[in-house]
Write a protein that binds this ligand. Structure first.
Ligand SMILES: *Cc1c(COP(=O)(O)O)cnc(C)c1O
Length: 380
């Protein structure tokens, strides 16, 4: 039975790791699947008086770490760091949502007066955290740049820059950032690089292998894959992840629930084969849309027309993901009519599960839509 990463000459194939890592025979029942351990607390040692109540080394309270959380983390580590050779060892912390994971990174590694360089195309909550909440609450500032241009990232670095944060492929425009190049820029400046790799998943890219210090996933999306549980994770060197666990999980409270951890570990079993299907389907849809005269633009990294197609081909394994952005040539009302006329595809947020979803984000307006690059904003 494979538990986590096996020994041997090479790690088992990705699909095998997705099935077996983090699973084992349950010693209590003999079941070949890990059970859901719903307890809030765990039996204390005979003399608990010396325990660190904020610690994570001893199982004591589910907010300090639960059994299902730990098994899910083992699976995530096996997917993200297949050969177990990350310098400093790779660890994962599973949290309540993708946004809890992003917040955990910012909360743990930034102080008042620090500066962040971030991609100007990110998930909407990341944008609001960096441009509104962190500056107003904690005096942390951010400069947003086109992170597909490593020189733009370098130019935005300041002496007080502690973190570079990028999303690749980025939500919602599918912009691709060169993780190797941006890691070099961040490290020259003594800053950490965190990569939100929700759109890529460890199947398509493992940013830690490319020099990133931290990788963030919304487990809510592809990793769970069934649209029925929220979760997030941060992976990286053990020393960094343990700081997140201690500061942002135990004492800020963003722990994942046992049930969600169990659902996500179950969903992740099929992640490699689901990603292959997502990639194949999205490529076909993207090519079809691009061939239609009614379509103003299609942004999909698998199309030769994508601004970073060559970079995506060089740095993503075996496909370009399941997400694409497009608009019809026409006003917002036309986009809404199109969405309303779809019969199988549902108008709803989220991504990465069994149903195909679509959202008209309104590329002309404020908020999320403003993250579209100018050539997209011009249209629909
Ligand atoms: C959905 C998403 C998040 C946030 O994840 P939640 O689980 O919804 O909190 C973060 N980053 C990206 C790229 C996402 O798509």
């Amino acid at each position: 039975m494979i538990s986590g990463v096996t020994s041997g000459d090479r790690p088992p194939f990705l699909a095998t790791r997705a099935v077996h890592a983090g699973n084992d025979v349950d010693p209590g029942t003999g079941a070949i699947r890990r059970p859901i351990v719903a307890a809030n607390s765990y039996a204390l040692p005979e003399d608990p008086s010396e325990l660190d109540w904020s610690g994570t080394a001893t199982r004591l309270y589910t907010r300090n770490g639960g059994a299902n959380q730990g098994w899910l983390e083992d699976k995530l580590v096996a997917l993200e760091d297949p050969s177990g050779v990350s310098p400093g060892g790779c660890a994962a912390v599973a949290l309540a949502s993708g946004v809890a994971a992003l917040h955990a990174v910012f909360f743990t590694f930034l102080r008042s007066g620090d500066h962040v360089v971030s991609s100007d195309v990110t998930y909407v909550a990341t944008h609001r955290l960096l441009t509104e909440l962190l500056p107003a609450r904690w005096g942390i500032t951010a400069t947003l740049v086109d992170s597909s241009d490593p020189d733009a990232v370098r130019a935005a670095i300041r002496p007080e820059t502690r973190l570079v944060h990028v999303e690749t492929p980025a939500n919602p425009t599918t912009r691709i950032t060169d993780v190797d190049a941006v890691a070099a820029v961040a490290h020259e400046a003594g800053a950490l690089l965190s990569v939100d790799a929700t759109f890529a998943t460890p199947v398509l890219q493992r940013p830690l292998e490319r020099g990133a210090d931290l990788v963030v996933h919304s487990l809510t999306k592809y990793v769970n894959g069934h649209g029925d549980a929220m979760g997030g994770a941060v992976l990286g060197r053990r020393e960094l992840v343990e700081r997140i666990r201690a500061d942002a999980m135990v004492d800020a409270g963003g722990v994942i629930s046992p049930f969600n951890a169990w659902l996500i570990a179950r969903g992740a079993v099929t992640l490699p084969m689901r990603m292959r299907a997502h990639c194949a389907g999205a490529q076909q849809v993207a090519e079809y849309l691009e061939s239609r005269p009614e379509v103003a633009y299609v942004a999909y990294p698998g199309l030769a027309s994508h601004p970073q197609h060559a970079l995506a081909t060089r740095t993503l394994d075996g496909g370009y993901g399941g997400m694409l952005a497009f608009a019809l040539d026409g006003p917002p009302e036309l986009q809404n009519r199109f969405v309303a006329a779809l019969r199988v595809i549902t108008s709803a947020v989220s991504l990465g599960h069994d149903e195909s979803l679509i959202v008209h984000v309104g590329a002309g307006g404020e908020g999320r839509a403003a993250h579209f690059p100018p050539e997209f904003r011009r249209l629909g």
